[in-house]
Design a protein around this ligand. Structure first.
Ligand code: AGP
Length: 369
């Protein structure tokens, strides 16, 4: 009912707007007030087992799988341990190489996804240690794992996952930081800077949410478009995949997420004046590279919607539309850049008159194969 939606027209919009509070709740009791220490109790309790891991394998589906890709990047950069990311549905039927030296991280909002549960059972039978990252308390996946961390973002009702994604990324960041400090693979100054910046994320998300009206307005332009491309590199590549999935799920517009530099190996053939291309082009180590990717798209008359860092004066002159976001550290970028893409998908679907909370053919949790 209207009351449960807290005045918002849809659960999805309510859940997008809840994210600053959700991320705050997710960090509560895990990051100290001074912002000098992160503790995920599950990691401390199983320290020896986790530190002994030769490799991490993350299994998940859908949006949770996108969070896993960000987790891989975080864990590999901070902890210097190899991480593989697998679709649970593929992993379970591939007779994967997995044994007791592996730690499997299973990510699931609902904790009831059948493929993820089956992947866990398989990995357990081979002796792997299982760490769950879930939202629904007491659901099947947390009960099947050896240990884990809840994301604590509250019930997610909208079929399109939003706050669970940013909650999963927040837990993965805290996990990577906790492990890295234990392993001494992260420089103390860098560690402190990241922890401090993590504390600033809810406030920065609030700033991004102020763009809601503007994104609602510009979404109208795309009501009758049939295709979309989303591009990003590094930490922004999984965000591009997630932005495309959100649009597909609720607006039924065909959308593809791609690593920006991979365009030239095929998909660039799709670009013409009809093709909107969302490019995550925030200020980071790959900025210049992404800039030239944008130029390649403009040279073929594509319509570029650029997600940039506030104060960017270069991309504004080239892109058709610029969405300016507050600056943050590259490794925390997904927590900020995902939000405008959620809003864009939401508003385009609303313009098309779609039932965003209950899109056709989809279930909130996929409890069958
Ligand atoms: C996300 O918007 C989707 N509806 C879907 O991809 C979802 O993330 C996937 O089914 C996994 O669900 P889970 O996190 O509950 O396991």
């Amino acid at each position: 009912g209207q009351l449960e939606k807290g005045g918002y027209p849809h659960f999805m919009l309510k859940e997008i707007f809840e994210q600053p509070d959700c991320i705050h709740d997710c960090m509560r009791g895990r990051i100290n007030l001074e912002g000098t220490n992160v503790v995920l109790s599950a990691i401390i309790d199983y320290k020896e087992r986790l530190l002994a891991a030769k490799r991490f394998v993350i299994v998940a589906c859908g949006t949770s799988w996108h969070a896993a890709l960000i987790g891989k990047h975080l864990i590999e950069s901070f902890c210097r341990i190899p991480v593989e990311v697998e679709y649970a549905s593929e992993f379970r039927y591939r007779d994967p190489v997995i044994d007791s030296s592996d730690v499997v991280i299973a990510i699931s909002q609902s904790g009831e996804t059948a493929d993820t549960l089956a992947a866990i059972e398989l990995a357990k039978s081979r002796g792997a240690f299982i760490y769950g990252i879930c939202n629904a308390i007491g659901s099947s996946i947390p009960r099947a794992t050896n240990t884990g961390s809840y994301i604590h973002v509250g019930p997610e009702i909208g079929v399109a996952s939003t706050k669970a994604f940013t909650g999963q990324v927040t837990v993965l960041t805290m996990l990577a930081l906790t492990l890295a400090r234990e392993k001494r693979t992260i420089d103390e100054t860098q560690y402190l800077a990241i922890v401090r910046e993590l504390g600033q994320i809810p406030g920065k998300m609030k700033e991004v949410l102020k763009l809601n009206d503007r994104i609602a307005e510009l979404s109208k332009i795309f009501t009758y478009v049939h295709n979309f491309i989303y591009l990003g590199r590094g930490y922004s590549y999984p965000v591009a995949l997630e932005g495309a999935l959100k649009l597909k799920e609720i607006s039924y517009i065909h959308a593809e997420g791609y690593p920006a530099a991979e365009m030239k190996h095929g998909p660039i053939a799709l670009i013409d004046a009809e093709m909107p291309v969302v490019v995550i082009a925030t200020q980071n180590g790959l900025y210049e590279k992404v800039l030239s990717n944008i130029q390649e798209i403009k040279a073929r008359k594509g319509r570029v919607i650029a997600i940039v860092t506030k104060g960017d004066t270069v991309i504004g002159k080239i892109a058709d539309i610029c969405i300016e976001l507050p600056e943050t550290m590259e490794c925390l970028g997904p927590l900020i850049t995902t939000v405008p893409l959620q809003l864009l998908a939401y508003h385009i679907a609303v313009c098309k008159g779609m039932d965003v909370d209950r899109p056709r053919n989809l279930a909130k949790s996929v409890t069958v194969e």
